[in-house]
Design a protein around this ligand. Structure first.
Ligand code: PMP
Length: 286
């Protein structure tokens, strides 16, 4: 079965779906995106993703192409048409296709923003990395300084993944002014003496939807949470570490720059939080 994708009001086989070469997402990375996970054919934390999308759009003065209710319907229709049970829905809004390449924004009345969605089938719960843990390396954070806006400018995170791969690791934690900001596509955490430590919100990191949920569940389970920056040295001497994102949920980190944590095995806190997150998300999925 060919995958059905959504492009500006139409559901089309992926081979027939097209966007203009003048699309500003293509020319200027002038676009924002969201990734929402799907379990049992239902959406995890749709409202959080929709709210963050609205915020990304408003920070960039970009018009929403549809209402958030319409967006939910499009997500659901895409799941139905692709019979998706487990995986993700990717959505991207760009500032549309102006007649020519011009740095200045086009008039939004004349050039509507463009909306594309597609689904990806993937086994998320039975992820072997959840049992084995992942290895990370540290790299310099060379992204722009508005990382709280979820833009499609993902070249540096891609380079970071390649640096990790070349070093025999799974991902990279980015470091700015000596302190960890986040992973290339996830938020970063350490655990010391039972306390969960993760960088505070600001322009320096993406405000992860999974981060918000996991911290809420941790507090509900009476775990101590400290929202502050930490260094790679501190991380290497932590009891355990983990990452969160919509598509990975909670994944244990067992090695940082060649230093094994917790004897190189996933820690108890990360493992427990992963279980809670999956259980609660399944229950609340829509
Ligand atoms: N930080 C970055 C840089 C990311 O790309 C992502 C995933 N999109 C996250 C954090 C995690 O965000 P979420 O939990 O909303 O997927």
């Amino acid at each position: 079965m060919s995958r059905i994708v959504y492009v500006n009001g139409e559901y089309l086989p992926e081979g027939e779906a097209k966007v203009s070469v003048f699309d500003r997402g293509f020319l200027f990375a002038d676009g924002v995106y969201e990734v929402t996970s799907v379990l049992d054919g239902r959406l995890i934390d749709f409202e959080g993703h929709a709210r963050r999308l609205e915020r990304s759009l408003s920070e960039l003065d970009m018009a929403a192409p549809v209402t958030m209710d319409e967006l939910l319907e499009i997500h659901r229709e895409l799941l139905r048409r692709n019979e998706l049970v487990e995986g993700m829905v990717y959505l991207q809004v760009t500032r549309g296709a102006a007649a020519d390449r011009d740095f200045a924004f086009p008039d939004p009345e004349a050039v509507p923003s463009s909306l594309v969605l597609f689904s990806q089938a993937k086994s998320l719960v039975a992820n072997p990395a959840a049992k084995a843990g992942i290895k990370v390396i540290s790299i310099d954070d060379q992204r722009w300084t508005r990382r709280d806006i979820k833009t499609v400018q993902l070249l540096y995170p891609s380079l970071g993944k390649m640096m990790a791969k070349a070093a025999g690791a799974d991902d990279a934690w980015m470091v700015e002014d000596g302190q960890v900001t986040e992973g290339t596509s996830n938020n970063a955490y350490i655990v010391k003496d039972g306390r969960i430590i993760t960088r505070q919100l600001g322009h320096e990191i993406l405000h992860g939807i999974t981060r918000a949920a996991v911290l809420r569940f941790a507090r509900e389970a009476q775990m101590q949470v400290e929202e502050r920056a930490f260094t790679i040295d501190e991380a290497q001497s932590a009891d355990e570490a983990f990452i969160t994102s919509a598509s990975t949920f909670v994944l244990p980190v067992v090695n940082i720059d060649g230093v094994a944590l917790g004897g190189g095995r996933p820690g108890r806190v990360a493992t427990r939080l992963r279980e809670i997150y999956i259980d609660e998300s399944r229950k609340a999925a829509i």
